[in-house]
Design a protein around this ligand. Structure first.
Ligand SMILES: NC(=O)c1ccc[n+]([C@@H]2O[C@H](COP(=O)([O-])OP(=O)(O)OC[C@H]3O[C@@H](n4cnc5c(N)ncnc54)[C@H](O)[C@@H]3O)[C@@H](O)[C@H]2O)c1
Length: 437
């Protein structure tokens, strides 16, 4: 195959990955013909990010009404509704008591009330919630990551196909795809500015996140649901919950997904009962089909050096990218090839909503982000499988993994699969011993 042809194919794949391509009309559901032409929005998962996403939807300036909210916990729903109502008022925020849904099945009812849904629970619930939204034919904004194990990824991939067939727009909050320094710089990499990419390094090293302490009277299910970051069925570990952003950039630059992963990880400084089962560091080597290698590193060590960014090396030069709007390309002599001017850049959390809602109000089918999001989430899960097991894993082995972390039954008095010992500590993976797939 001539390079131009392969490049053209790459461009096509890349366009699909960036989610800005599939311009063709979708059939407006009847509900869209509301007398004042507004679209009805439901929020599923009323935490920090979901609340922020509703703000960003309203900030697009389109006629949107928030009509339903769902959360596992009533206090979280109330805590989200108040600032939204305070800012946007009762004309736009129309969530009466009968459209506040609480509990494990709340999502189904909230989704049914809306044209467009925001899915922003902890990622363990994304597969069933995405499936439901697709089955109900809704337009979707969903947060990353989109699952926490291979079983969940397979569900999301299957639902993504149905979403495409139904022409449902799906935007995923891997917002670097909507950030102009990433778009401009990676486009130039794909156009050959630094040659073929032979390697790279991607990092999310910082001090870690919140802990929600166990409260008297909580069942184990409630405790894990509140302190979700530290339990894999809900969070997927920080290599998935946070580092997916940087791993996804590597896949975007490489225009593909790794064929193999091997890694090292463990718990060094974050070892309390309240830290559940997750590791505090992972270092993974991802090998791609062309033999190129991406080094991935994430850690939660308070007081250590922070670094969240991506670097790549090509046959003709190198690239540096970060969420701080950096996008630099240079040749191997140090001459600048491209230096992103960040002056007029729009906040990517806003930009992803601007683009989604513009498309929705024009009746366009433009975004199919779910498949790439599932495969990038899978890449991060494959990394976790590698660090937990200490084994070298292929993409097929990881994607076909049989271990399903999700509880058999969801209720406040049923048990998640991972439980504390009599001293309150949770079992965690031991590389070399733990079976992950
Ligand atoms: N794109 C980004 O940069 C970014 C930033 C922050 C968070 N996120 C993602 O957003 C998601 C939510 O994170 P957050 O920081 O808002 O967490 P959060 O804990 O503040 O909010 C999650 C909410 O979901 C609710 N919830 C849990 N299970 C539920 C269920 N089954 N049904 C309905 N509601 C349920 C929780 O009670 C909580 O209110 C995560 O996937 C996270 O990775 C993305």
């Amino acid at each position: 195959m001539k390079p131009e042809h392969s490049r053209r194919n790459f461009m096509k794949t890349s366009a699909i990955i960036t989610g800005g391509i599939l311009t063709s009309p979708f059939v407006l559901p009847k509900a869209y013909a509301a007398p004042d032409n507004h679209l009805k929005l439901a929020l599923i998962g009323c935490g920090g990010r979901g609340t922020g996403a509703v703000f960003q939807a309203f900030e697009t300036g389109h006629p949107i009404k928030l009509v339903a909210m769902a959360d596992a916990f009533r206090d979280r729903l109330d805590g989200s509704l108040k600032p939204i109502l305070d800012k946007y008022g009762a004309e736009k925020v129309v969530v009466p008591e009968e459209r506040k849904f609480v509990g494990f099945d709340a999502y189904k009812q909230a989704i049914a009330e809306a044209d467009v849904v925001i899915l922003a629970t902890p990622p363990g619930f994304r597969p069933p919630h995405f499936e439901e939204a697709v089955n109900q034919g809704k337009q979707i904004f969903m947060e990353k990551p989109v699952a926490t194990d291979a079983a969940g990824i397979r569900r999301v991939l299957a639902a993504a196909e149905i979403a495409k067939a139904k022409k449902l727009n799906v935007v995923v909050g891997l917002q670097r795809h909507y950030q102009s320094n990433y778009r401009e710089t990676i486009q130039r990499i794909h156009d050959g500015a630094i040659g073929d990419i032979t390697g790279g390094q991607v990092y999310w090293n910082d001090g870690g996140v919140w802990v929600r302490e166990r409260q008297p009277g909580q069942t184990e299910m409630e405790y894990q649901m509140r302190n979700w970051y530290y339990f894999n069925w809900l969070c997927g570990d920080h290599i998935t919950e946070q580092h997916v952003h940087n791993i996804d950039v590597a896949n975007w630059v490489k225009q593909g997904y790794p064929v193999k992963a091997e890694g090292t990880g463990g718990r060094l400084v974050r070892t309390g009962k309240e830290h559940g089962e997750i590791f505090d560091h992972h270092v993974v080597t991802f090998t791609y089909a062309d033999g190129s290698v991406i080094h991935s590193e994430c850690r939660h060590f308070p007081g250590a050096a922070n670094r969240v960014d991506e670097s790549f090396q090509g046959t003709k030069g190198k690239a540096y990218l970060s969420a701080g709007n950096h996008g630099n390309l240079s040749d191997w002599k140090g001459n600048a090839i491209y230096s992103h001017n960040r002056e007029n850049d729009v906040n990517p959390y806003q930009q992803e909503h601007n683009e989604l809602w513009d498309a929705l109000f024009k009746g366009e089918y433009k975004f199919a982000d779910a498949e790439n999001a599932a495969k990038s989430t899978m890449t991060s899960i494959m990394g976790r499988y590698a660090t937990y097991s200490g084994k070298v894993l292929t993409w097929e082995e990881a994607l076909n993994g049989k271990v399903d972390l999700f509880p058999e039954k969801l209720a406040w008095d049923t048990s998640p699969k991972v439980l504390p010992n009599e001293d309150g500590y949770y079992p965690h993976a031991i590389p070399g011993k733990t079976q992950v797939i």
